[in-house]
Design a binder for this molecule. Structure first.
Ligand code: AMP
Length: 177
């Protein structure tokens, strides 16, 4: 991905200070979603990180990870698996609790969402403290999926989230702050 394209993606992400609470600068991706060229470039960047590798399942994290994950799954001709906040999945699920940059949460995955040995690509909009992604990776490991890589459109590098992920699989981010 060239610098010009990365600049277009970066320009489509809006900073919202003090949301959802004082001191947090929220990275708002809704302008990017509303601009087809910027969104398409963002998807290109996430897609090319697993170029040439067969992906069976793309896992997207509730809720913004669904937008990118589902679009990437379609491009890769892979299945899409939603990783959801507690209480939303209808079928038997595994769960894990974790700390967020702002609060605490529990996420769940259907117990039959990934089969043993399937190649999995984890996709989310943003890597902050890494708690969410670490929980997601924990659930993928529980189902014995083969995590090929993780990708985040945005990485807040000062929070050192990638150090929390506890995986040897590559961790990619497209735009970092
Ligand atoms: P974390 O578990 O701290 O890595 O937080 C990651 C999740 O929280 C992602 O799914 C993001 O959607 C959301 N998130 C955390 N911090 C921010 C932020 N500063 N701006 C936008 N979203 C955030």
């Amino acid at each position: 991905m060239n610098d010009d394209s990365l600049k277009k993606i970066r320009a489509a992400i809006r900073d919202v200070p003090d949301f959802p609470k004082p001191g947090i600068v929220f990275k708002d991706i809704t302008p990017l979603l509303a601009q087809p060229e910027a969104m398409s470039l963002a998807l290109d960047a996430i897609e090319e990180k697993v170029d040439g590798v067969r992906i069976d399942k793309v896992i997207g994290i509730d809720a913004r990870g669904f937008i990118f994950g589902a679009a990437i799954a379609d491009r890769l001709k892979a299945g899409f698996i939603p990783l959801r906040k507690k209480g939303k999945l209808p079928y038997r699920s595994h769960e894990v609790s974790y700390a967020l940059e702002y609060g605490e949460a529990t996420i769940e995955i259907h117990e039959d969402a990934v089969s043993e040995g399937e190649n999995v690509y984890l996709v989310d909009d943003l890597l902050a403290t890494g708690g969410t992604a670490a929980a997601a990776i924990h659930l993928i490991e529980k189902l014995k999926g083969n995590l090929v890589a993780s990708a985040f459109l945005i990485e807040l590098t000062f929070l050192k989230g990638r150090e929390q992920l506890g995986t040897t699989a590559p961790v990619h981010s497209i735009i970092s702050y």
